[in-house]
Design a protein around this ligand. Structure first.
Ligand SMILES: [Mg+2]
Length: 283
């Protein structure tokens, strides 16, 4: 029987609706760091300009992590905030070091402001029904976010629509799907996508190790795995390259090159309705 791994933020939730308090709080923190008052109009204008650039040409605007392009920056408000933050820090000449910025943006500001979304999760249409319908299957949630934060969202969803609480114990957080480890050779280094000039980097060791641990517990392999996510490059490319089947939950922000690749690949498909996941994974 197949093993199903779900991404959570943006896949089961409406990241745009949920991310509003994250964006507001993060911009206030950046204002403080560069010595401006909260909601300074110049800061707001920079944020809006970067968001418009990303939406116009997703292939040209990657999400940079440790100096490397690891995802499209446009897909959700959490990823978009990193290029916005870099632009603001560059504009004011603050914190030039990539290492220091990585710590600040990823470890401090991301977590602090992500916490502001926890009290008000916003789920995609049909999320509760789709997840409740997976009861009894070998299904897991693997997320970059904190395990307890996502388990808390699942519990909140169960209070609205009972039947999904069983998944709260099956969340594996801290997956760091954006971390690329060149020294790990368990996957090909790169995947070429038509209409994307840069390669998709596949050596996401920590994410792989979490998937491998889940599979090993059932004596399964990547050929038994189905992964559902909202960002092909982050959630799906590595497992697909190792033999998994993958489903991409699209939005109006999904880059056209990701949509085209998934539609053409024999082991991949677009998921237009979360209710399709069960039949895709388990037949
Ligand atoms: Mg996601």
């Amino acid at each position: 029987m197949a093993i199903l791994v779900l991404d959570f933020d943006g896949t089961m939730t409406d990241a745009e609706a949920e991310g509003g308090p994250f964006r507001t709080g993060y911009l206030e923190d950046l204002c403080m760091l560069v010595g401006r008052s909260p909601d300074d109009p110049e800061i707001t204008a920079i944020a809006e300009a970067v968001e418009a650039e990303l939406a116009d040409d997703p292939a040209a605007h990657p999400f940079m992590w440790s100096g490397r392009a690891v995802a499209p920056a446009t897909v959700d408000p959490y990823l978009r905030m990193v290029p916005i933050a870099h632009r603001i820090l560059d504009r004011f000449g603050v914190i030039p070091s990539h290492v220091d910025r990585g710590r600040l943006l990823g470890n401090v500001l991301y977590k602090y402001n992500y916490a502001k979304t926890l009290g008000r999760p916003v789920f995609r249409a049909g999320a509760a029904t789709a997840l409740a319908g997976l009861a009894g299957t070998n299904t897991w949630i693997v997320t970059n976010s904190d395990t307890h934060a996502v388990a808390g969202k699942v519990t909140a969803l169960d209070r609205e629509t009972p039947g999904v609480a069983w998944l709260a114990a099956r969340v594996r957080g801290g997956a760091r799907k954006f971390d690329v480890d060149d020294d790990w050779t368990g996957a090909d280094a790169e995947l070429e996508l038509p209409d994307l000039a840069r390669p998709v980097l596949l050596r996401r060791k920590r994410y792989h190790d979490i998937l491998h641990t889940i599979l090993a517990a059932s004596e399964a392999t990547f050929a038994d795995l189905v992964v559902i996510g909202d960002i092909f490059e982050l959630d799906l490319a590595m497992p697909l390259s190792l033999g998994a089947r993958v489903g991409l939950v699209g939005s109006e922000r999904t880059p056209p090159y990701e949509r085209a690749y998934v539609t053409a690949h024999p082991r991949a498909r677009m998921i237009d309705d979360l209710a399709e996941i069960r039949a895709f994974a388990f037949g």
